[in-house]
Write a protein that binds this ligand. Sequence first.
Ligand code: NAG
Ligand code: NAG
Ligand code: NAG
Ligand code: NAG
Ligand code: NAG
Ligand code: NAG
Ligand code: NAG
Ligand code: NAG
Length: 753
Amino acid sequence: MGAAVVRFLVALVLLVLVLAAVGECAYIPYNTSAGVVEGKLNVHVVPHTHDDVGWLKTVDQYYVGSNNSIQGACVQNVLDSLVVSLLKDENRKFIYVEQAFFQRWWRQQSDMIKDIVKKLISTGQLELINGGMCMHDEAAVHYIDMIDQTTLGHRFIKEEFGQIPRIGWQIDPFGHSAVQAYLLGAEVGFDAFYFFRIDYQDRDTRKGTKELEVVWRGSKTFGSSADIFAGIFPKNYEPPPGGFYFEVNDKYPVVQDDPLLFDYNVEDRVNDFVAAALAQANITRTNHVMFTMGTDFKYQYAESWFRQMDKLIHYVNKDGRVNALYSTPSIYTDAKHAENEPWPLKTNDFFPYADNPNAYWTGYFTSRPALKRYVRVMSGYYLAARQLEFFKGRINSDLTTDSLADALALAQHHDAVTGTEKQHVANDYAKRLSIGYTEAEKLVSSSLSCLSQSGSKLHCPSQPTNFAQCLLLNITYCPPSEMDLSQGKTLVVLVYNSLGWKREDVLRIPVVSDSVVVHDSEGKEVESQLLPIANASLYIREKHVKAYLGTLPSAKPKFWLAFPVSVPPLGFNTYFISSGKKSASVSLVSTLYPSQGSKNSNMQIGQGQLKLQYNAAGELSMYSDSKTMVEANFEQKYKYYIGQDGNGSDPQASGAYIFRPNGTVPINTNGQVPLTVLRGSIVDEVHQQINSWIYQINRVYKGKDYVETEFIVGPIPADDGNGKEVATEIVTNMATNKTFYTDSSGRDFIKRV
Ligand SMILES: *[C@@H]1O[C@H](CO)[C@@H](O)[C@H](O)[C@H]1NC(C)=O
Ligand SMILES: *[C@@H]1O[C@H](CO)[C@@H](O)[C@H](O)[C@H]1NC(C)=O
Ligand SMILES: *[C@@H]1O[C@H](CO)[C@@H](O)[C@H](O)[C@H]1NC(C)=O
Ligand SMILES: *[C@@H]1O[C@H](CO)[C@@H](O)[C@H](O)[C@H]1NC(C)=O
Ligand SMILES: *[C@@H]1O[C@H](CO)[C@@H](O)[C@H](O)[C@H]1NC(C)=O
Ligand SMILES: *[C@@H]1O[C@H](CO)[C@@H](O)[C@H](O)[C@H]1NC(C)=O
Ligand SMILES: *[C@@H]1O[C@H](CO)[C@@H](O)[C@H](O)[C@H]1NC(C)=O
Ligand SMILES: *[C@@H]1O[C@H](CO)[C@@H](O)[C@H](O)[C@H]1NC(C)=O
């Protein structure tokens, strides 16, 4: 009997112990309330997701989570699950970046969710940073487009939440421009700017000298007034080394802290965390390091991350070697600032970006050139359309430029204008631009109709003139200018100047007839010139117009009509084209080589200050400028680079992102084809069939001091199995001492040696 009682007591004691253990570990909430602690290494745990506004899938496919066989990514899941997770613990924090996704999601939320999210944003638990529609590229974009797409996102954030983003977060673009630092950073009002893609050698050096965090002075003009604190991540924008990825299907060990279950590992995981923190502290100034907890399209079930981060923060702080806290880049920036540490100075930019000896990310500077051009053309058009929208008054019309603005914003994404997206995604960007253009075109037409018929007061006619616009001059297609003028009809050409200064330019439109005359708005005849349209251009026209219309229009243009126009700033001018006497202005055509008479003699073109000289072999050999008195050698050649196929000892292939040539091949024209020379009172042209797939036109205008080169390249033959990057090379004898200048987002030049 006595023995039985003892056995019972033992069982009872064990039971109580187990209960106590369960109580302590599983039912007391994790303590995640830590803030910054002086005198300790502070690990700023920054939960984030990086959601590309189109890449392997389109922006909408990413948003709704369709086509998951291409990539398992659904941004709706991220935002939906985030709200729930943030509500579970007020210490949890998150940053969200891409407004294109956020706005899609916001439109679909109930008032209840909107109220919750507004509160999360006002308390700083959820912070909208960077704040543009997308995370724009910094190499292939124009600065005006960067500003516009940032404005669209920021305006929404301000109107909806009364907030202005404080932090630039350009974590993925492939290199970083000076214009980004001073214009889209400091001038936008950001307090800091974070990223990671810089040259691998530069990064290694900076780690050794603790110079990954700097003050970046991107502008020589603005100097220190446009300085910005710039933080470069030590490795990438993902969690630190040591296995801290916690998506549902990630393979790293979660924190197992329940002693009732097998594989308890709290100590191990705390040690991993502390080791990662010390390693990063070793290359970082001050007692603050940032852990970027997330990567592409993560947090689709946000709780799977927060659950682990709660535990890590709790146990790491209990351990006490370092202090871990839920943080944001804003909190991190403030902590850095409070340290009063002097930061090293960085000038110029971070181009080109290489992440390996054979991986220079310069391929994307030229990938998908047709999309790049389309974005640029639409950007210029948007500027003009927006002005016309304003002149007419936005309230007077249900037509807007909004859809074009939105399409352009998406196109600035670092997998859009860069050309690194999949084909169906490139098509999606082009489709959006096309839809936006179609709407803006109607607005432009109706606005011009009002402006052109108004005196001092805006007057919109009840039957507005329809101004057709010629977007397809690139394929020599402009239906209104190709009309038959013989029945006394007049073609009215309205030229609008969206820039803030007067412009004098030469306009060219395709026409059918060889007897046309141009008058200005005062009835004075304007000098004009007809240039026969090159066969190569007509071939392109037929191919594309047929594909586009299904049939060819009956009229076929034969000439480019070129005439000088003069347009006031933010204004327009009107020209009238009608049938006239058979024009004497048709360009004189001559063929230079190989023609008997011209052997052994040079040929010169240019009627004004600038002249080009071709030698007897038909090669460009010299230029002269009578104003600057410069006369110098000037050769222009075509060649192509062969792309590495990735089968070498270093398997890095050349491609959309990376340019890695394996040799160059000159494209020889010598003696193969004749030059055709067109001369006239406005412009001289030299046409040259370089080979069967390259056609080139060089133009010298009488009134200009530059040469204009137009080329038609393609289809590029690939039957030899080699990838080809076609290039043109200009050789001069200028003493440059290896110094040259490259463009920075259309706003600056950066000196390079
Ligand atoms: C939670 O941790 C913070 C600092 O890490 C500490 O100040 C606070 O007292 C802790 N709270 C509880 C309930 O243990
Ligand atoms: C994406 O999914 C839709 C519908 O499921 C399908 O029609 C389409 O072909 C898919 N697109 C791609 C690029 O796979
Ligand atoms: C810190 O850096 C030194 C010098 O580069 C290196 O020897 C040491 O292993 C590093 N310590 C950590 C914890 O990474
Ligand atoms: C001509 O421009 C239009 C739009 O501006 C573009 O869609 C089209 O691809 C271009 N055509 C060619 C042959 O490059
Ligand atoms: C252009 O095409 C026309 C008609 O096909 C032909 O007669 C002419 O020789 C061609 N010109 C050139 C320069 O190839
Ligand atoms: C390179 O390797 C790929 C895949 O192994 C193969 O398909 C291709 O033919 C190879 N190219 C050359 C030029 O050997
Ligand atoms: C580079 O080109 C050479 C021939 O010029 C070829 O033998 C070699 O396989 C190429 N290597 C790669 C990696 O493309
Ligand atoms: C050429 O540039 C180097 C530095 O890049 C400079 O030291 C040298 O003086 C320059 N030479 C001339 C002739 O300008």
